[in-house]
Design a protein around this ligand. Structure first.
Ligand code: AMP
Ligand code: GLY
Length: 438
């Protein structure tokens, strides 16, 4: 627990501009420890909770300058790109308490080839895989031709959640691999590809808060990555989420802790790159066996929108403890209630999409009670709120009680019905897999 001298009102700088950062700001704002919250660059939803500042958040110099100007007590890095650009390292070097892993530790996300090698080295369960560089196109082709389908092709670098192709045929796999290795699909992010075994099962997301040694698992959640109902169509950044995910039973959570999280944190320490911040573990669960689909070096989006509301603890205290190696001084973190987030997206997403359409009904949706509309891709045009991104809003419902998830689903879709903009669409089956029966 914090002693009295740290129980003062803190100035916090939050980096990012999506619905994830809106949810982080919303949770930070509930802490009595918060004095001043500044977000760069933020969005119109975050502007209701924080002062917004413009800054190039992928520039270590700009971010350090802003943190200095604010005399920030804590800097929270939302997205992965600033981590990969060395922003967390520059902040720590300049003496700022920073929530977010070092660039070297964040490599678990920004270099999938590294992450796979790391998992194979430390015997962390994951899909069998091989990595190929652009010089090894012929070997990649031969490997694909000799493999059974489907097979999964991944650009090794950062591709905003879109660099994964699940190929049903050899031709599709070859086309995806050639596109990536030639640089035409994802630029330098595709200069190495990971080709891996297709895993069957149910996916879940586990967000872990860690100071490098100790850790706390937040409520397990499920994302919905495909654009269409019934998990059809292309992958997106995420069309909705719910938590807790009943498929992750307490026994399974113990296995995930023992077989995945602990060896990952220990491996990172052993390799001289201890991991602190939020570790996102995407797992595939097949007959009670969890295997890693991916690591992310930050909170998940849209999982954060449903996981943070359930945390029954002071969020600033938690992030401070993780950022200062003091997680051991905190008690267990309990989660309570249930939450559902339905993403409203713009026509065309995840391809090119409409922009500039006026959004109405957010106030009505939020007046239902237990609802909050997180902004993902919105901007102000004069005093009109308009769409500016593919994922526009995360309409979220939070409930308590025994029927938490059922009630949250009903409430979330009621709220969705109140918000509108031209070309809006959403999935109708968020949470449908909650019983594990679909
Ligand atoms: P990633 O960006 O690595 O999470 O991949 C995006 C999505 O592709 C995942 O959420 C899964 O639905 C799917 N995926 C990735 N890797 C595999 C795999 N090896 N087997 C089956 N599905 C996968
Ligand atoms: N929801 C998936 C991610 O945050 O990468």
């Amino acid at each position: 627990m914090m002693n009295d001298s740290t129980r003062r009102q803190m100035t916090i700088l939050l980096l990012g501009s999506g619905a994830r950062e809106h949810a982080i700001a919303w949770k930070l704002a509930q802490s009595p420890l918060l004095g001043r919250l500044v977000c760069a660059p933020g969005n119109p939803g975050i502007a209701r909770l924080a002062e917004l500042r413009s800054a190039d958040i992928e520039s270590p110099e700009d971010v350090v300058a802003l943190a200095r100007e604010l005399a920030a007590d804590l800097v929270v890095v939302g997205p992965e790109a600033p981590l990969a650009a060395g922003v967390s390292d520059a902040l720590r070097d300049a003496g700022f308490v920073t929530f977010g892993p070092s660039k070297a530790a964040a490599r678990l996300e920004w270099d999938k080839a590294f992450a796979k090698d790391f998992m194979h080295r430390h015997m962390i369960p994951t899909a069998a895989s091989r990595t190929f560089t652009s010089e090894q196109l012929d070997e990649a082709r031969a490997s694909i031709s000799a493999s059974s389908m489907p097979i999964v092709i991944k650009a090794s670098g950062l591709a905003a959640g879109k660099g994964v192709v699940i190929a049903a045929t050899v031709d599709e796999a070859l086309e995806a691999t050639e596109g990536m290795l030639s640089g035409s699909s994802f630029g330098t992010a595709g200069s190495s590809v990971v080709i891996e075994e297709f895993m069957t099962g149910e996916e879940a997301s586990i967000l872990v808060i860690t100071d490098g040694a100790g850790y706390r698992m937040l409520a397990p959640s499920q994302d919905h990555k495909r654009v269409g109902d019934g998990d059809t169509g292309p992958n997106t950044g995420g069309m909705g989420a719910y938590a807790p995910a009943p498929i992750v039973t307490p026994a399974l959570l113990d296995r995930i802790a023992g077989e995945i999280i602990e060896p990952t944190l220990a491996g990172m320490r052993e390799e001289g790159t201890p991991y602190s911040g939020c570790l996102y573990v995407g797992v595939m669960i097949d007959q009670d066996r969890p295997r890693v689909v991916e690591f992310n070096s930050r909170f998940g989006d849209p999982e954060t929108q449903v996981v943070l509301p359930l945390i029954d603890a002071d969020f600033i205290e938690l992030l401070m403890a993780a950022s200062t190696g003091k997680l051991g001084e905190l008690g267990e973190i309990r989660s309570r209630g249930a939450a559902v987030c339905v993403v409203l997206a713009s026509a065309g997403y995840p391809g090119s999409y409409r922009k500039g359409d006026e959004i109405t009904g957010i106030d009505r949706a939020e007046s239902l009670g237990g609802t909050v509309v997180f902004h993902a891709g919105t901007t102000l045009d004069g005093d009109r709120l308009v769409t500016s991104g593919g994922r526009v809003l995360g309409v979220t419902a939070i409930t308590d009680g025994d029927r938490g998830l059922e009630d949250a689903l009903e409430l979330a879709y009621r709220a969705v019905g109140m918000v509108s903009f031209a070309g809006a669409f959403h999935r109708n089956d968020i949470g449908a897999r909650r019983s594990g029966m679909v």
